[in-house]
Design a protein around this ligand. Sequence first.
Ligand code: NAP
Ligand code: MG
Length: 489
Amino acid sequence: MANPNQKIVYTKLFINNAFVDAQSGKKFATLNPVTGKTLAEVAEADKADVDLAVSAAKKAFERGSEWRNLDASQRGRLINKLADLIEEHKTELASLEVLDNGKPFAEADFDIQCSIDTFRYYAGWCDKIHGNTIPADGGSLAVTLKEAVGVVGQIIPWNYPLLMLAWKFAPALAAGCTIVLKPAEQTPLSALFAAALSKQAGFPDGVINVVPGFGETAGHAIVNHPDVRKVAFTGSTEVGRIIAETAAKSNLKKVSLELGGKSPLVVMEDVDLDEAVEIAHNALFANHGQCCCCGSRTFVQEKVYDAFVAKSVELTLKRKVGNPFSTDVQQGPQIDAESQQKILKYIELGKKEGAKLECGGKKWSNEGYFVEPTIFSSVTDNMTIAQEEIFGPVQSILKFKTLDEVIERANKTTYGLAAGILTKNIDWAFTFARAVEAGSVWINCFDATTAQTPFGGYKQSGHGRELGEDGLEPYLETKTIVVKLPTKN
Ligand code: NAP
Ligand code: MG
């Protein structure tokens, strides 16, 4: 059962398998976005703490260490053990997530399940990561080894706190790396709980380190550290650019980036309209619109446009906003005051630039950071709300005539994270899927992301992939070993 009074036990930095205060003694507040009140004071990591965490992670990765000497299959068992412990503490973790992030309990519970699935998927990979034997020229035999890159820095956002941690931890651990992770300042609690569970699972000292703190200080220290060999980042395109620059200037460490999006969802005229309205509604409003791959440009073919808008408004007016611990609530607050203000500013811009406000448009309640579920129709490509990532519950519905036209318009963005098309016509579906510049394309569904399927962006939505077999690649080096063979054989 969801627990609004979930006790917060872990608030310190997790370094070398121990919870410790920050070197500076500083703490920062994490808030409950329903009330804006402080939930807990959490230790605030800075460079000195990151240095300690990296040094612990480096030691754990040294030749001859317990972690390095572990059979790959045993790494898999540890990861499975962590998945089991997360499952055992599922309600506590989901309740913490609701308190810290504000998402409805059912969504938090689903996130924790997806996190467990991700750990189990990668646990299975541990002893199946291997290279090739290559018949090289010159009478030699070449083999490749896939080796862990070493200490990795991981920086994650607040929209799916534990799930983003799972997407980062699981492939890195499967590859044999050691980790220093910084959760987002708004949502550090589930990461610290997971750190405690990793100790209970039996990961050796220093393999997993979690350092809550701010981006410009703790985050920067991770990205700038000479002993960190790779950084995996999920967040905004703006910060992604800073991270790539810092990584290049420090030690040219590898970087994988999962960034923002402005993903098109195309509704063709042959759809079952009620079903399409619901898919498009969930594609945008799930997680309060705070999803990197949300379908934030709903393109609807002109013949069904008016009916689609009317049905979407009807559905959206029924959307229940309120306390995320109430079982009938579908939408809680946005993450913080800054985010709420930004969304309201975009709504004003939408109105000013000539889009038609169909419903919503205001903040909801004077307490907390709620925004009404909002729909704009008559949105055109040049409007700010059709170009920039709003990251809130604001659906923009655009009209189009032909498939060729909508493909061109769908691609007219600097982003390329995801795209979707709803149609019964397989030719239309595949023409779109092949032509659209996006890392994931969903046909007759949206945001169908699973542990087995690679996820990541084209263009300025990032580089590198997470999940699936491809998700291991950023954590691995390929070593080529060449053996000179005797000439006669
Ligand atoms: P953000 O501002 O980019 O922050 C993400 C993380 O980076 C936070 O932990 C942040 O720390 C840290 N950070 C900020 N500045 C930094 C710096 N100079 N050096 C190192 N780290 C730094 O993003 P957000 O607002 O939290 O999250 C929303 C964004 O994430 C959206 O754009 C969304 O599209 C994107 N996102 C993408 C995916 C994907 O898979 N592609 C998934 C989820 C979200 P603080 O805690 O101090 O902010
Ligand atoms: Mg919080």
